[in-house]
Design a protein around this ligand. Structure first.
Ligand code: DQA
Length: 141
């Protein structure tokens, strides 16, 4: 049976490739996602992005009971959203928190996460490779 993994990106991550490329790189997420899907063609990778907190929560609830795992980069909501943390705690499948930049080497407000304690783990600072590493973790489970 094909594994099913969700990738959920939060606010401003639709601007990857155009946004602060010194921090976030110069590849758009759609280009990266296509390469990932081609490389792992046996895996059902479902992608969702929203700039809206409630839409992220709806997606976590929608897929969180029938995926093998979710890779979640909630962007700035990581540092502010009790509600996204509660949604992650409420679902059945494991979630890995991913950040493209190293949140610990940046401003202090980025060092706190409402998600870390309810996720199985966190990958931060490895660029877009963090998504692939998280995917491989779920494939090897
Ligand atoms: C981010 C880090 C967050 O602090 C920031 O608000 C983002 C992106 C990252 O992937 O490095 O939007 O989640």
């Amino acid at each position: 049976m094909h594994k099913k993994v969700g990738i959920i990106n939060g606010p401003n991550l639709n601007l990857l490739g155009q946004r602060q490329s010194d921090i976030y790189g110069d590849i758009s997420f759609n280009v990266f996602l296509k390469k990932l899907q081609d490389k792992y063609e046996g895996v059902d990778i479902r992608y969702f992005q929203s700039n809206i907190e409630g839409e992220l929560i709806n997606e976590i609830q929608n897929i969180g009971f029938n995926m093998d795992g979710i890779i979640l980069n909630a962007g700035a909501y990581t540092h502010t959203s009790v509600a996204i943390g509660d949604a992650v705690a409420a679902i059945k499948c494991p979630v890995i928190e991913v950040h493209i930049s190293n949140v610990f080497s940046r401003e202090d407000f980025r060092k706190f996460s409402y998600l870390s304690s309810v996720c199985v783990g966190q990958i931060t600072g490895l660029g877009l490779s963090g998504y692939e590493l998280a995917l491989r973790y779920f494939l090897e489970l």
